[in-house]
Structures are given as C-alpha cells and as structure tokens.
Design a protein around this ligand. Structure first.
Ligand code: CP
Length: 328
C-alpha cells in the first residue's frame, strides 16, 4: 500500500478489517516491522483520537512517531501553483514537502475543508500536493472530503459486533447513517467516507437518512437507499451511525438544524437491538442525547478505541510495501 487516502487504496476491505482485528487480539505481534522507521504526523487542524491512536499504533509496530502541529506551530504553507507569495503564506508546499519526506519513511497529514469553495475542497489540493512533492507514502489522518482511518475503524467495530451476535453471523446487517443537528456547519468527510467504505465492503443493506437539502456527493453514496423520513429509515436497523454534515449542493451551508433529528430512546422503538455509533467528538444533547450515549445502545467508546487497530493495520500494510520494494 503506497498511500491511504480513500477506500480505493484498500485492495480488499474485508481482509484489512480482519488484519486489524488480528492486531487487536495480538497488539505486539509485528513489533519488529517498523524497526528504524519513522512516521511524521502533520496536523493542520486539531485532533485527539486520530493523533493518539496513530502514535500508539506506530509504537506497537516498533516505529517512531513524531507529531508536528504544522497548522499552529509551523510556517504558514502556500499550496497555489505559481503563487506570488507576498501575502501571509511563508513557505510553499513544494519546498516543505520534500524536506519532510527526507526526514520520514511515511508522512501522515490532517487537513480540513474550507467549506467555502466546493471545487477546491473536493480537488483535495492539500493532501494531493503532499503526495506530489513528498516522495514518500502519504497516509490521510482526515482530508477535505474523506476520513479513511475513521471509516475503517467503523467497519472493524461493525464486524466485531457481528462476530459477537449469532443472528448477525447469518444475515446482512442493516446500517443506517443518520444526519444529526449541530451548532455549526461541519465537513461532509465522515459521512462521505463512511458511505464509500460501506459500499466498498458490500456486506450490508445501507440506508442514509437526512433532511432534504443535505444530499451528499452521489459518487460516495451510490448504491445506498436515501430517505428523508428518519423514523422509517431507522426501522429494524442493526447499526445507526449518527453524524452531522453541512450541505454539499448549497456548499457548506447549514440549511436547518431541526432538533427533532437528534436520536433518542423513543426513536429506537423500531430498532431495539440497534447499536449506535458516532466518530466523536460529539455535542451531547445536540447531536446525540445523554440517554443514548450513556445507555446500552452506544458503542462509541469501543469504536474510538478501535482507532488503534485501524491505524496499525494500515501502517503495517504501508511498511510491508516498503519492505517488498527494498528486497532485491
Ligand atoms: N474522530 C476523530 O477523528 O477524532 P479526532 O478529531 O479527535 O481525531
């Protein structure tokens, strides 16, 4: 695996999930794989789970991890080709990325979208420029439109729960991605990415529900059933993934934040066994009620703890590819 920025970088999603669960069972089994290898984790935006789980995963593979909060501690980067840098940006990515590539064996990057210019955000200019100029494998820690380590984690968690449930071992689960209210417009990354990975996995009946106007980019959701009536969508769900996102068509806008879309116990009356997921951080009693988060339906802590195994599986694939390249 030379890069990991999208589901299309995984040759077999099911096998990658199994690999991650293998690391969960035996965290240190490949501790020699990253010997004398270094990963640089560059953050243009804040993070808790992605940052720490990637560090833990790298350590369990015997790899050194150096974190650089480039967005707050580094020089302001310029990404524009041919830019006349007489404004606030100090260093061009063309100059910075090859230097970072010379320090590290793998570069990992987190960037967020502007939510102002859809064409620019969906061109994934920031991460693409790092891939173009770094000369080393690049791992996405969340980009303008996708969050692949999160989505791999989500599938690991779903698979794990299915393995523990006899009934779910015999049939396809119903997975529902539901929009939730929020106080500010958020990126579409997690919802895009979850849709992309569930579709690539192909092991579930997949429903997406949201108020009208919050349609996602169809290139990610193709194959899912889209519904605007949340109650109908939730019926008989095995897994309910709760997430806010801003509008894709009226780009970056918060068209409504109808509080009735927040998931409550009452809404689960038609799906009493459903497990509730969220990528976190979560705005309690805005996106998800206390009664759900603190009750038996929630698997959000398990989900967040599984971030380590997703990162470890992906890093081991990237390190394995480097080993193969270096073998005569
Ligand atoms: N879910 C997630 O990416 O969390 P962080 O922003 O804390 O990394």
């Amino acid at each position: 695996m030379k890069q990991f920025i999208s589901a299309s970088d995984a040759t077999d999603v099911g096998l990658l999930v199994e690999k991650a669960l293998g690391f969960k069972a035996e965290p240190w089994k490949s501790q020699g794989l990253g010997h004398r290898k270094r990963i640089g984790c560059l953050f243009l935006n804040p993070s808790m789970r992605t940052r720490l789980s990637t560090q833990v995963a790298a350590q369990q593979l015997g790899m050194e991890c150096i974190v650089f909060n480039i967005g707050s501690e580094g020089w302001a980067l310029e990404f524009g080709d041919g830019a006349v840098m007489n404004g606030t940006t100090v260093e061009h990515v063309k100059d910075a990325a090859p230097i970072l590539g010379s320090y590290f064996d793998i570069l990992a990057i987190r960037t967020f979208p502007s939510l102002k210019d859809r064409e620019e955000d969906y061109s994934e200019r920031y991460i693409s420029q790092f891939i173009r100029y770094a000369g080393k494998p690049v791992l996405s820690l969340e980009s303008a439109t996708l969050h692949p380590l999160q989505s791999l984690t989500d599938l690991i968690t779903i698979r794990e729960c299915m393995n523990e449930d006899r009934e779910l071992q015999l049939r396809r689960p119903k997975i529902v991605l539901t929009w939730a209210p929020h106080v500010k417009p958020l990126p579409q990354c997690v919802a895009n990415s979850f849709s992309q990975w569930v579709n690539a996995w192909g092991g579930a009946d997949f429903v997406i529900t949201h108020p009208e106007g919050y349609e996602l980019d169809p290139s990610f959701t193709k194959g899912a059933t889209i519904m605007h009536e949340q109650d109908k969508a939730l019926k008989d769900a095995d897994f309910i993934y709760v997430k806010n996102w801003s509008a894709y068509h009226e780009y970056g806008k918060m068209l409504c934040s109808d509080p009735s879309w927040m998931l409550t116990h009452e809404k689960l009356s038609g799906s009493v066994k459903a497990k509730v997921m969220h990528c976190l951080p979560v705005r309690r009693n805005v996106e998800l009620s206390d009664e759900i988060l603190d009750g038996p339906h929630s698997i959000v802590t398990r989900q967040a703890s599984n971030r380590v195994w997703a990162a470890q599986a992906v890093l081991s694939e990237m390190l394995g590819a480097q080993d193969k390249k270096n073998t005569p």
